[in-house]
Design a protein around this ligand. Structure first.
Ligand SMILES: [Cu+2]
Length: 175
């Protein structure tokens, strides 16, 4: 009986602590996003990423293409078939680009601010840097993590109460 109570308590502790550990060890990491240049088009034409992420363009066509920022932020130069070009975006905003030899080929990278590290607020004219409107996924992720930790805490307290109850019953049975 004593052994089984100890076992139940240990299992309860492991079950309660595990979600906390998992929640704590999943930090936001910089990602790399691929844009394919094929059939005279960028795919995806619009890409939404987070500050610190990298975009890699790869030309699949037999003719040379470029990924050239319309505001001079980046320029791949001619990419022959199979060649790639990467840019890491360190500031939020909307980055339009095109292919210099074929200006009808256009694309856009929308860089959203990171959720964990707030970007220093440098107030700029709204017209100069159109702010990305699709910032919804970031708060969702943060809320999920908070919910996970809360659930773990609730579980932990529940198991502690359960353990105390079992101990109290056992003490009574002894008397
Ligand atoms: Cu082109």
């Amino acid at each position: 009986m004593i052994v089984s109570v100890v076992r139940i308590t240990l299992v309860a502790l492991v079950v309660a602590v595990l979600p906390m550990t998992l929640a704590a060890t999943t930090p936001a990491r910089a990602a790399t996003h691929a844009v394919e240049i094929a059939d005279f088009a960028f795919a995806p034409a619009t890409l939404t990423i987070t500050v610190g992420d990298t975009v890699t363009w790869t030309n699949e066509d037999a003719v040379a293409h470029t990924a050239t920022s319309t505001t001079g932020v980046f320029d791949s130069g001619d990419l022959e078939q199979g060649e790639s070009y990467s840019v890491t975006f360190t500031a939020p905003g909307t980055y339009d680009y095109l292919c210099t030899p074929h200006p009808s080929m256009t694309g856009r990278v929308v860089v959203a601010a990171a959720a964990a590290t707030p970007v220093p607020s440098t107030p700029a004219p709204a017209s100069a840097t159109p702010a990305p409107t699709s910032g919804a996924p970031l708060p969702d992720v943060a809320m999920e993590r908070e919910a996970g930790i809360n659930l773990a805490q609730i579980l932990g307290v529940a198991f502690l109460v359960l353990g105390a109850g079992i101990a109290a019953v056992r003490v009574r049975q002894r008397r």
